[in-house]
Design a binder for this molecule. Structure first.
Ligand code: PMP
Length: 402
């Protein structure tokens, strides 16, 4: 007998499962539109040149050691991450109403923030968008949330944000529910609320005393402009809303496996900060005790140096432009083929993903017949396209939907 006998098999994590199917496929025509990672025109991962520069400088620094960081992380990184998301002239920064905590990428930031809300503040009800990133439910459940709910987000027929039903659902949420919002480049739909729609969301959040939790995993990567991508967060702050913000530096710095993340907390009364930090230290202590330094030092070095920062802006512009070109190319190829349906949504959506509208059956056909790998909800990562395969993918879509 074994203590481990009878463990039920968990469902596979879809995105990794599909990626593995791609890797195992031997047909040279295969195309990988699964995992949300940037790829170059050659289909290769990209280390940002500015990251290489910062890494070389760190490696040459003989004063560098591998001592533990403080529990709440590397302070220069926290300072820069906070400025990046709130804006250097944020009223919350000027009024000292901000706490910054380095965490393990976006996922760890979500986890630490959710656990703090559940354990310390006693908030146990969360609403996330339908659909949302596949990990939100699991993270909030494991952090101690007991009421997991979704609000309407997507209008499948018109392929846009269903703002009326979104507002209706938030209006019906019990006071003090945590409302999880994607700061920009909504995953998986690629469609964000307009500024007017954000204002409506903010209004109901305030009126119904809901708690705001922003998840921003694509700042700068979405539009090419980090300030534009943080507009919604900064608007909510202007409106006096308290919040926690989970930031990931995986995509916008290409530091996926370095696990660079940050939790920024904006409070209305700065006298709560010392006790907040003391409790947060216990949450972190029990999870990972203190965070890794390498990626945080890279990000801090780049963001604190105007010349390096400019190189980073150039890199995120290059990435977001290539993605936009692939959106245009995919749409143009589909329209040229006269593929049934409408395809403007591909160029209206932003960030890395397009929610194509393809059904699960169509996705399975694409995988089996054409060796084009995507998620069963129809989400594609545009980065998997390049000038050499986009026509092939369009033809595969065309044959599939006819
Ligand atoms: N939130 C969203 C919406 C995401 O898409 C991602 C990345 N897939 C994350 C958070 C966090 O990812 P990571 O932990 O790799 O930073």
């Amino acid at each position: 007998s074994s203590f481990f006998a009878g463990i039920p098999m968990a469902a596979p994590i879809e995105v990794f499962h599909m990626n593995n199917l791609y890797l195992q496929e031997t047909d040279p025509k295969k195309v990988n539109l699964t995992i949300g990672a940037y790829r170059t025109e050659e289909g290769k991962p990209w280390v940002l040149p500015v990251v290489r520069t910062a890494e070389a400088a760190l490696a040459a620094d003989e004063t560098l050691n591998h001592e533990y960081l403080p529990v709440l992380g590397y302070e220069p990184f926290s300072k820069e991450a906070t400025k990046l998301v709130l804006g250097a002239d944020s009223p919350a920064i000027k009024e000292d109403r901000v706490i910054g905590v380095q965490c393990l990428s976006g996922t760890g930031s979500l986890r630490a923030g959710a656990e703090f809300l559940a354990r310390v503040i006693g908030l146990k009800t969360v609403y996330y968008s339908n659909p949302t990133w596949g990990n939100h439910d699991l993270v909030f459940t494991n952090a101690g949330f007991t009421s997991l709910n979704s609000y309407t987000y997507w209008d499948q027929i018109n392929r846009k944000v269903d703002i009326d039903n979104l507002i209706k659902d938030l209006d019906a949420a019990p006071p003090k529910s945590v409302i999880l919002l994607h700061g920009c480049a909504h995953n998986p739909t690629g469609m964000d609320p307009t500024k007017d729609q954000w204002k409506q969301i903010c209004e109901v959040v305030k009126r119904k005393n809901l708690f705001t939790f922003f998840d921003i995993a694509y700042q700068g990567f979405a539009s090419g402009d980090p300030d534009a991508d943080a507009w919604a967060i900064r608007y909510f702050i202007e409106q006096g809303v308290e919040m926690v913000i989970a930031q990931s530096f995986a995509k916008n710095f290409g530091l996926y496996n370095e696990r660079v993340g940050h939790l920024t907390i904006v409070v209305n009364d700065k006298s709560v900060i010392p006790s907040f930090k003391s409790q947060m230290q216990l949450i972190i202590r029990a999870n990972w005790s203190n965070p890794p330094a390498h990626g945080a030092k890279i990000v801090a070095k780049v963001l604190a140096d105007p010349a390096l920062c400019q190189q980073w802006f150039d890199a995120i512009k290059a990435m977001s432009s290539r993605i936009r070109e692939m959106r245009a190319a995919l749409r143009a190829n589909l329209e040229k083929l006269g593929t049934p349906g409408t395809w403007e949504h591909i160029t209206q959506q932003i960030g890395m993903f397009s929610y194509t509208g393809l059904t699960t059956d169509q996705v399975m056909h694409l995988v089996e017949k054409h060796k084009v790998f995507l998620l069963t909800d129809g989400r594609i990562n545009l980065c998997g396209l390049n000038t050499k395969n986009v026509e092939y993918v369009a033809k595969a879509f065309d044959e599939t939907v006819r």
